[in-house]
Design a protein around this ligand. Sequence first.
Ligand code: ATP
Length: 595
Amino acid sequence: MQEEEKEQKSPSFESLDILISRWKDGTFSEIIDDWKWIFSYSARYKGAIAFYTFLGIFSTSMGLVSSVASKYMIDIITGHEMSKLWVMVLIMVGSSAFSLLFSSIINRISAKLSIDINNDIQADIFDKIVDADWLSLNQYSNGDILNRFNGDIGTVSSNAISWLPTILIAIYNFIATFFVILHYDWIMAVIALGSAPFMLLMSRFTIKKQRDYSKKVREMSSDLTTFEVEAFYNFDTIKSFGVADHYSKKMRWWQRKFRDISLKYNLFTIKTNIFLSILGMIVQFTAFGYCLFRLWTNDITYGTMTLFLQQRSNLSSAFNKVVSIIPSFLNSSVSAHRIRELVELPKEVHIPESGSMDQYVEDGFEISMQNVNFSYVDGAKVITDSAFKASPGEIVALVGPSGEGKTTMIRLILGLIRPQEGEVDMVAANGSRIRMNAETRHLFAYVPQGNTIISGTIAENMRLVKEDATDEEIVEALKIACAWDFVEKLPDTINANLGERGRGLSEGQAQRIAIARAVLRDAPILLLDEATSALDVTTERTVLRNIVKQHPNKTCIVTTHRPSVLNLCQRVYRVMETKVTELSEEESSRMAMDF
Ligand SMILES: Nc1ncnc2c1ncn2[C@@H]1O[C@H](COP(=O)(O)OP(=O)(O)OP(=O)(O)O)[C@@H](O)[C@H]1O
């Protein structure tokens, strides 16, 4: 009990304070969980980590052997014992060469392990993000996700492997060096340890500063990446509104913020270094003075003096390493926590029985919604008590004012979001039904709003949804989407290169390629969300007619603001004031006439 009290009263340092305060407020267990998570990755490489540690300890030992050997060599030379000289030279050169070889192997192994673990975590996280629940993931900005994906994973992977070996090697180095010095002279060992208490006190400030700094930088880089992603993504808008100046200023504002924080930290580092250097110099001169005195009194040889001085600096660098492990331990846990937030997002719902629906593809599927209530955020209903139906062979339209919930309906049908109440089902010709989920999505072809063309050739864009599609199939799909007319005229036809977001194509052309891609997928259900908005009326109607002709049992659901499409539709639903209402034939023909 007394022992415990003594321990608590002994001078603590910041990292310990952080750990204790976290223990008290319950976040200590979070740090443990974060590190357990990191170890779940490092554990895959435990053999390599053990080898790495062994090599490190061996190489440190070789370094010590080499220093002791150099002491004897100096003594041999100053004592003119030429006969022993060659043995000592051999030992010294041999152990130095071993030490160099091992440290190079360690360097190589640690680089390889760090890359492997980085790749492992990134690949896992990528899969988890792709399989995360849409609504939960929607709360994170792209910049924030990118930052966690690159920055935080980098921090974790660089420490995940090295943390344990580094601390073991440093502790071994520290103890071994201390005992080598102690073996020759205990006073020298005490002098060599002289700076340790000051270093411990210093760490109280440095660790806190470093933590604050890295926390600030990490938050800032998440915001900055979001700003950059948005700026580069909306380049045209920025230019056309003539707000490039505003963005330039904002960019510079970010740079200044980074500069201020970096320089503030830099000043702190300089001050710390000055203090530590003076401390180091005091210890060094004391050790040097003591060595000279012992040499003067003939108590030690030149060789012992060299060994002392060399090992003294080795001891303080080993000590520094042990102390500096703690902040990187804490930093890694902060990063691991940020990554785990993404990993632990709820997963999408997968209903394995959905596979049984594949056998009914030929006859098509009915989409059926009953008593659906949905809101993105509590208390703000987007869809209330609504029903909807689309049968095979039908084109069904969702119309209504902007922002009333048409895209939300599409997301519900795709099973990207799930209603808080009610059912959204897929019904086969034999009556079997299944709730929409991630596993039913392969039965859909979806053309979302906006430009979805990726950089690469037209064929690559098309094969995104059907890897083994032949050139003929691609051309056929392009014909159905009325895109072949212009693709045919391109110098490389389907192998023509497109820039990011279809740079090089008009908006209407990009839309037709996106529709062709959905056609190529040849899924029984086709969802077009404002996918024909940039087409002229004649092309729009031709595209829709072609699609129905291609597969008579296809279920097509289109959202549109264009009444011209409506007289091609068998059913029209209006989404307005949170209600989805089926329009009578009269109402929809009246609406169609509006054009
Ligand atoms: N990710 C989201 N998180 C929270 N609310 C959302 C989200 N997406 C849409 N909403 C809200 O849901 C409502 C319906 O949006 P939705 O995109 O479905 O409308 P829409 O009818 O497709 O509009 P438009 O015709 O302009 O495309 C809007 O009030 C919108 O603010």
